[in-house]
Design a protein around this ligand. Structure first.
Ligand SMILES: [Zn+2]
Length: 130
C-alpha cells in the first residue's frame, strides 16, 4: 500500500493553490495568503472560515519541508504560533506538526532556539511499576 499523495486545489477565498498534505487525515487547510480556511475533506473544498488578520510570523520550517529527524523521514504539514502572557510579559513559541504516513504525527516545538520533539499520547500514561 502506498501513501496517499498530497492533493492540491484552488483557495475558495483567493484562488491561490492550496495543498492537502495528509489526504484523508487533514480536516481543514488554511491559506497563507488570504487567511481562508477550507474544508479538506469536502470534494468542493467549501470555505469554513476566514481569519481577519494575516500571519505576521514566518515559520522557521516551511510547510511542505521534508527532512530526517532521529532516523525517520518527516514532512512539516502544519504550524501554529502560540503565546502566553505571564505577569504582563508575553512568551511565544512555535509548534510544527510533522507527518510520516507510516509513523503518524509528531510535534516539533521551538522556543527561543530550544527545540522539543514529542508525540501526543492517545491514552493516559500508565502507572509506574511499584
Ligand atoms: Zn486564499
Amino acid at each position: 500500500m502506498s501513501a496517499p499523495q498530497a492533493a492540491a486545489f484552488p483557495c475558495p477565498g483567493c484562488g491561490a493553490p492550496l495543498t492537502v498534505r495528509a489526504p484523508g487525515r487533514s480536516e481543514a487547510v488554511a491559506c497563507e495568503f488570504c487567511g481562508s480556511v477550507a474544508d479538506a475533506q469536502d470534494p468542493a473544498h467549501k470555505l469554513l472560515s476566514r481569519y481577519t488578520s494575516a500571519m505576521t510570523f514566518t515559520p522557521l520550517i516551511g510547510l511542505g519541508t521534508r527532512g530526517v529527524l532521529r532516523g525517520e523521514k518527516w514532512e512539516c504539514i502544519g504550524f501554529m504560533r502560540r503565546a502566553v502572557r505571564y505577569y504582563g510579559v508575553d512568551y511565544a513559541w512555535g509548534e510544527y506538526l510533522l507527518h510520516n504516513p507510516l509513523k503518524g504525527f509528531r510535534w516539533l516545538t521551538e522556543s527561543d532556539g530550544h527545540w522539543m520533539f514529542y508525540e501526543t499520547l492517545t491514552e493516559p500514561p500508565g502507572k509506574a511499576p511499584p
